[in-house]
Write a protein that binds this ligand. Structure first.
Ligand code: TYM
Length: 327
């Protein structure tokens, strides 16, 4: 039997090339070697207020983008978190073995809660639900971007604590981040991670950005005061553009160095734009085909939930048994 993979994306904001290079692209690479479950984690999304109609539309958009980006529905399961009740059930059980101090230390919690006047309990709880997503399927591997590694460490800590209190129950999940593209930075502010929620119009390249919009964002990206690429002294903006090119093109370091050393920034940006547009075009084309048939998406998500429910339910039964809860 193949080992299992679980990973997920929140259906909020616009999926961007950071989500693709950090996560979705590596999902397409592991999907034939593992039994993969890819979740649209809508319960995580509502830790911050979401307009209900927009959320529904985003769930369908993200599902279509998963397939458009190369998730093969004949091999991988695409599901919506809230359609499998066991995620919340296990979330509660894991909450009861998690010290609050572990949650308060999470950097994403600190960042998100600082930005709020009142901090919803769900924001603190967020990584426990994420641990439940993963442990529910006894996933051995979780492919994510760099910003999720701390949550993955916490997932292992929670699993270990549960196992030591109640006996061996959970598989320890390993984290996998891509060698290049694990942390794509904002084009306008290359010291900040590219984010779905950032407001700057030149910040992120959306997976569905029209070609002229994506090109303009790249041509306006922040660089530094050097005139041309110098691998010794380049700033974060230039390094980010090179990483985007490298991650899309799957070039090795030597080829990147040889090709770009000494290249003027205007030309670098033109080449990055070409690479990004060339890579996004077939994804956007497939996206249009998929969304032309809403029945296909409904069926995909319904059958995905049906397929994983028995796995999830059997873990909840095991956890209840271990904890002495009523079956
Ligand atoms: P989310 O929705 O913020 O992001 C989805 C995936 O994209 C990666 N990512 C990035 N990678 C590179 N550069 C960036 N700028 C960038 N921004 C985002 C993220 O690392 C992630 O892999 N908590 C998760 C969702 C989640 C999950 C899970 C993930 C819920 N349950 C279980 C894995 C397993 C999140 O908010 O991802």
């Amino acid at each position: 039997m193949k080992a299992r993979v679980f990973s997920g994306v929140q259906p909020t904001g616009n999926l961007h090339i950071g989500n693709y290079l950090g996560a979705l692209k590596s999902w397409t690479k592991v999907q034939y070697d593992y039994e993969c479950i890819f979740g649209i984690v809508d319960l995580h999304a509502v830790t911050l207020y979401q307009n209900p109609e927009d959320l529904k539309a985003k769930i369908a958009e993200v599902a279509a983008l998963f397939i458009a980006c190369g998730i093969d529905p004949r091999h991988s399961t695409v599901m919506v978190q809230s359609s499998v009740a066991a995620h919340t059930e296990l979330g509660w059980m894991l909450t009861c073995v998690t010290p609050v101090g572990w949650l308060e230390r999470m950097t994403q919690y600190k960042a998100k809660s600082e930005a709020q006047e009142t901090v919803g309990a769900g924001i603190l709880q967020y990584p426990v639900l994420m641990a439940a997503d993963i442990l529910l399927y006894q996933a051995a591997l979780v492919p994510v971007g760099d910003d999720q590694t701390q949550h993955l460490e916490l997932t292992r800590d929670i699993a270990q604590r549960f196992n030591s209190l109640y006996g061996e129950t959970f598989v320890m999940p390993a984290t996998r981040t891509p060698a290049v593209g694990a942390r794509v930075m904002g084009l306008d502010e290359p010291d900040k991670k590219m984010s779905k929620s950032a407001t700057g119009t030149g910040h992120a390249i959306g997976m569905l950005d029209p070609p002229d919009v994506a090109r303009r964002k790249i041509m306006r990206a922040t660089t530094d005061s050097n005139p041309a690429v110098d691998f010794e002294t380049m700033g974060p903006g230039v390094a980010n553009l090179l990483a985007i090119f490298q991650a899309f093109g799957d070039w090795d370091d030597d080829r990147i160095k040889g090709h770009f050393s000494g290249m003027r920034y205007g030309d670098l940006k033109k080449q990055v734009a070409e690479m990004v547009l060339e890579s996004l075009a077939p994804i956007q084309q497939r996206y249009r085909e998929i969304t032309a048939d809403p029945a296909y998406l409904r069926q995909l998500l319904a059958s995905g939930a049906d397929r994983v429910r028995p796995i999830a339910d059997s873990t909840v039964r095991l956890v209840k048994e271990r904890m002495g809860l009523h079956q």
